[in-house]
Design a protein. Structure first.
Length: 366
């Protein structure tokens, strides 16, 4: 979950008496938690329902002028204050006042630091959001986590273009609920993980990976375009019905083969599916365990790089490591200089050996 550590300034374009579009965000920290409602200039409230085109892009296009937008200051505790409405400072004074005895105006655009591009790392979208504009996160190369609510989403084109660091999509809903995950993963061709993590719960209910895929388009002599997909990532992204995840269809893809997919990503897919086994059948569980047993080193390598001690504990709890896997894990922990992980692995190996049945010994000394 995104923890906001700074004050924000939000530029909002009202769309109606009840809804609004986010145009731009300013702040001093790379983690942003957007509000769902804002006080309306004429009283009442506005629901934040849209992210504008190029909203978080470093080079936005077609931004509306201040005479069409409202500016809000959001404190660290989430409190919102309207500071400017349609080119006039809150309270009625025009933004470009030449009354030199008037109190100083709030910060001008040139003084603000936009939260965009390579500066943005995490963003939490409000439950009220329904539309994400085209290129909203274009060239946000350090964006690694995005959180969304249970509402369904409509996505523009190239929303996550060049977002190479994006790893996790946090869905603040139960996995059986209709959500915007289908739209989100459909806008991402790189490998990404989705966690269904309802608000207030200590851990996710389900974790699903969507491997990368590549689309090739070939034109035949008859000028017919043929689309072919490399990797299973495209098929995993189709396992939805009316914006609800279909777990059986998702799990049925794995036995069909995954030679074209990244083995490390597939190992993580198996691990997270077993770690949070929401509606996981016995047959699917067996297939995932078999692959994970042969690839524990790939999972450990990723967990060690992330310094994810809870993940390492979860892997050990699945009891899929043999003597060779423990030896590989010890070497990886030593290479990562992670004494805590090395101790966990050594302790788990010792307990597994102690629990193994002992060979019978015979004493012939009569």
């Amino acid at each position: 979950m995104v923890e906001q550590a700074n004050e924000l300034i939000l530029d909002i374009l009202p769309l109606s008496a009840q809804t609004a579009r986010l145009v731009r965000v300013y702040g001093t920290a790379p983690c942003v938690a957007l509000p769902g409602t804002l006080p309306a200039p004429e009283g009442g409230s506005l629901a934040l329902t849209e992210l504008g085109d190029y909203c978080f892009s470093e080079k936005p296009r077609g931004l509306p002028g201040p005479e069409k937008t409202c500016r809000y200051e959001q404190a660290e505790d989430g409190t919102l204050r309207l500071t400017r409405a349609f080119g006039r400072e809150a309270g009625g004074r025009a933004r470009y006042s030449f009354d030199f005895d008037a109190p100083a105006a709030s910060a001008q655009d040139d003084d603000l630091h936009p939260v965009c591009g390579n500066f943005l790392e995490e963003v939490s979208l409000p439950d009220s959001l329904r539309v994400v504009g085209s290129c909203a996160f274009y060239n946000c190369r350090k964006l690694r986590r995005l959180s969304a609510g249970a509402g369904e989403l409509t996505m523009g084109s190239d929303v996550f273009l060049n977002c190479f660091a994006l790893e996790d999509l946090i869905v603040r809903a139960a996995p059986e609920q209709p959500t915007g995950l289908f739209a989100l993963v459909g806008s991402i061709t790189e490998a990404v993980r989705a966690l269904f993590w309802p608000v207030g719960e200590a851990s996710p209910r389900a974790g699903l990976w969507y491997p990368a895929y590549w689309e090739d388009i070939e034109e035949t002599p008859a000028h017919i375009l043929l689309h072919t997909f490399s990797g299973q990532g495209y098929h995993y992204r189709q396992c939805f019905l009316e914006n609800r995840l279909l777990p059986a269809e998702y799990d049925a893809i794995f036995p069909q083969g995954h030679d074209a997919d990244d083995a490390a990503v597939m190992a993580m897919l198996c691990f997270d599916r077993l770690r949070w086994p929401w509606q996981l059948s016995a047959a699917a569980q067996g297939a995932y365990r078999d692959f994970l047993k042969a690839n524990t080193g790939r999972v450990l390598n990723r967990l060690l790089k992330a310094q994810d001690m809870e993940g390492i504990k979860a892997l050990l709890a699945l009891d899929v490591m043999d003597a060779d896997a423990f030896a590989e894990g010890a070497a990886l922990a030593a290479k990562a200089d992670n004494a805590g992980a090395a101790a966990l692995l050594a302790d788990a190996e010792h307990k597994k050996r102690a629990a193994a049945p002992q060979k019978k010994r015979y004493d012939f000394d009569f």
